[in-house]
Write a protein that binds this ligand. Structure first.
Ligand SMILES: [Zn+2]
Length: 269
């Protein structure tokens, strides 16, 4: 089985103690590329160090919508831009987007999102989009400010909304939530999205898929996500792994897999 985990946060403190073992497990599971997402600028150098140490790890730089109120400035935009230009392992801008679930800072979120879309557009990089309780506003923004390409990560909307994003040129990435028993809309979305626009992710350490639900999530578990999506579509999981990997390589312009070297000691402070 081969898979690409298109959304991880393995810099989080709960990977401090056993990072090497976690990495051995994702390599053994057939995960030969990972996209490390970024939430705020305090993480930039730690994520950069992980990508430098692990040939199969690529990353995004950006500001999460829930961090936008406190942290979005033009200077931060410049920092995101220059890091994306200088480090060849930066393959996307993000995660950015809109999260209206509990936030009232809509205008700041919209400004930070527009700023990052503009960076992505000018550098011709895809965006990694976080969208919670904001799909219709998001569709309106993307119609108004077209972006070269991108992915709606950890899909949680309806099949109709998913297809609207597909029509706008976006990929849809499914996480462990697609394995949850009551996730009917997400499962229907996984059946509706065209095969060449499907991606899989763990969003670890959050939202571990069944049968690991309730535990810390890790990249090796992306195989469970893949198996669930394959079952929903009644197709071979190995073929789906190849298809979603090809999709991820196309979207993020990843090189072909390289033989990973042994893990050097990493300080994940
Ligand atoms: Zn994330």
């Amino acid at each position: 089985m081969k898979a690409i985990d298109t959304h991880v946060h393995v810099n989080f403190p709960n990977f401090c103690d056993d990072f090497s073992a976690v990495r051995q497990r994702w390599l053994a599971a057939g995960v030969d590329a990972l996209i490390h997402s970024c939430v705020h600028p305090g993480e930039f150098s730690a994520i950069q160090a992980i990508a430098q140490a692990c040939p199969e790890v690529f990353f995004a730089v950006g500001l999460h919508p829930l961090e936008a109120e406190a942290q979005w400035t033009e200077a931060l935009g410049d920092r995101i831009r220059s890091l994306a230009q200088s480090d060849p392992k930066v393959v996307a801008i993000g995660e950015t987007g809109l999260d209206f679930y509990k936030s009232t800072a809509r205008s700041v979120q919209l400004a930070a999102f527009a700023g990052q879309l503009e960076i992505a557009r000018s550098l011709d990089r895809p965006v990694i989009i976080h969208c919670r309780d904001a799909a219709d506003d998001m569709i309106a923004v993307l119609r108004d400010q077209p972006c070269p390409a991108g992915v709606l990560h950890c899909w949680g909307g309806t099949p109709q909304q998913a297809l609207q994003f597909v029509e706008l040129g976006f990929y849809i990435s499914f996480s462990g939530t697609v394995t949850f028993k009551n996730a009917r809309e997400i499962q229907a979305s996984a059946q509706a999205v065209p095969l060449d626009r499907l991606l899989v992710e763990t969003d670890c350490p959050f939202l571990a898929p069944v049968p690991h639900r309730g535990r810390r999530n890790e990249p090796a578990y992306v195989i469970s996500v893949l198996q669930q999506v394959a079952a929903l579509r009644a197709i071979d999981p190995i073929a789906l792994g190849e298809q979603t990997s090809a999709n991820a390589r196309r979207l993020f312009q990843l090189p072909q897999p390289i033989d990973p070297h042994p893990v050097p000691a990493l300080a994940l402070a």
